[in-house]
Design a protein around this ligand. Structure first.
Ligand SMILES: [Zn+2]
Length: 478
């Protein structure tokens, strides 16, 4: 352990304790065993002047000599005769190196030893003013990093306007708890930790969401080239924070955090399809689907639904061509409660009422409500045996959505159901109509019974529709 001390010439004699420190250390001499302190720690310690001889350091086992200088480490010998303060001399056990590792000793000797003159040494809980433990302070201490973070990641995740399952997915990603192959290996669910798509690396969360070659192909299409280096170099949490805690808009005029979220979500779903259903799509396809969904959620959640001004003058209802029937549909959502209802009616080209419906559909967004109204209206029209159907809706987004090139791939069950009906043996034409012209359907939606989820079917016009229907029919061409 320690070796013969090297001495300098008089009058200033410096006592060095020499330890075997490997490449960085000095000669170890004949003694073996763990190194009690690092050389840097020794050199950083204060030096003292030895006043009497006759004792040795119980750690380095070297004898002291009068008038030499020694590091403070030697103060821990028993009955030291040095000029160091008493509090440093007589309290700490001299056998530190037998108990603690070399790295720990400097930390221990840096603490003031117990002193019988100031009372017995006791344990205290430093996080309370009275130094006694209580659960509240422990809980606060545990949460302190989160509570003191002025910009926590989780608060941004929960504010993103996507379904809750996608927020949960982001939260798990932030905690690196997604069930990747590496995680499945830990749980003995597989013995293959490799990425199922590229087979080039172990499937950690960051690899699955960013670094996999498939993901790089997606990100390089949407991240400006000047930002790629930064984008691909951040650790997981910083990477999520950088892309979720921002209000910048993407190149498609949708908040980047929404686009980013849906790329992550769709990529993760695609990865799972590849893993468990052997049915993965190309990165380009995943990107296209992600952007389509970003449009869908942005328009559905973030844009407030305009309200109908009762005093707004109605423009005439546009009747269909003879032989065609017209289905007007609408969905309404309460801004206060989020409760949504739908309504619609079928008329012929002369404005004759064929049937109407209304239905409470629970809490959802305006786009979902519009899609629901279309679906239920189509179901009733198909059941009625309609061959030529013109649909009128005041929601442009519904029309855009149904005309998207990859609409059949959207993981939106409402859209799937509508498309299935659409492909049946009938002709459907869908057109946009101003909200002021769609008051009949709007009225029916507001007539829905909020205490029941059943569809209310009207074979004759409801009394409250009378004035609107008369107004519509008066405007029809003779
Ligand atoms: Zn991969």
């Amino acid at each position: 352990m320690a070796d013969t001390p090297a001495q300098t010439q008089q009058p200033r004699r410096i006592f060095y304790v020499v330890f075997n420190l490997g490449d960085d250390g000095a000669d170890s001499g004949n003694k073996s065993g763990p190194v009690p302190v690092s050389r840097a720690s020794i050199e950083a310690m204060p030096r003292i002047k030895v006043e009497e001889s006759g004792s040795d350091c119980s750690i380095c086992l070297e004898e002291f000599e009068v008038d030499e200088e020694a590091t403070i480490l030697k103060n821990f010998q028993k009955n030291s005769q040095t000029s160091s303060p008493k509090s440093n001399v007589n309290s700490w056990t001299p056998k530190l190196s037998m108990i603690f590792t070399a790295d720990a000793i400097p930390h221990i000797i840096g603490v003031k030893p117990p002193d019988p003159h100031v009372g017995p040494d006791t344990c205290i809980w430093r996080w309370t003013g009275h130094n006694d433990f209580d659960l509240k302070s422990a809980y606060y201490r545990w949460l302190q990093p989160v509570l003191e973070d002025p910009n926590p990641l989780w608060s941004h995740i929960w504010r993103i306007q996507v379904p809750q399952r996608i927020r949960c997915f982001l939260w798990l990603a932030g905690r690196q708890k997604l069930m990747t192959n590496m995680e499945r290996c830990k749980h003995a669910l597989t013995d293959d930790p490799l990425c199922p798509l590229c087979r080039d690396a172990e499937e950690f969360v960051l690899h699955a969401l960013r670094d996999c070659v498939n993901m790089q192909r997606i990100w390089k299409q949407v991240i400006p080239r000047s930002l790629l280096l930064t984008f691909f170099s951040k650790p997981m949490k910083d990477w999520l924070r950088q892309n979720l805690c921002t209000n910048i808009m993407s190149h498609i005029n949708i908040p980047w955090k929404l686009v980013f979220t849906l790329i992550l979500w769709q990529s993760w779903k695609n990865r799972n399809d590849a893993m468990f259903a052997a049915n993965s799509e190309s990165p380009d396809y995943v990107l296209s689907r992600s952007i389509g969904l970003a449009h869908y959620y942005y328009d559905g959640w973030l844009q407030p639904q305009p309200t109908i001004n009762p005093s707004m003058p109605s423009s005439p209802w546009i009747s269909p061509e003879p032989g065609w029937l017209c289905l007007n549909v609408d969905g309404v959502v309460s801004l206060n409660t989020g409760k949504a209802s739908i309504g619609g009616l079928l008329r012929d080209h002369s404005g004759n009422f064929i049937f109407g419906f209304s239905k409470f559909i629970g809490c959802t967004n305006s786009l979902h409500a519009e899609l629901w109204s279309l679906l239920v209206g189509l179901q009733l029209a198909w059941a009625h045996g309609v061959d030529l159907l013109q649909v009128q809706t005041d929601c442009r987004k519904v029309i855009q959505l149904l005309q998207e090139p990859h609409v059949d791939s959207y993981s939106i069950s409402l859209v799937h159901s509508i498309r299935q009906l659409w492909r049946k043996a009938w002709f459907i034409d869908i057109i946009w109509t101003p909200r002021s012209d769609n008051k009949t359907a709007d009225k029916l939606a507001k007539l829905a019974d909020l205490s029941s989820f059943d569809t209310t079917f009207f074979s004759t016009p409801h009394a409250e529709l009378h004035d609107i229907l008369v107004s519509d029919n008066l405007a029809l061409p003779l």
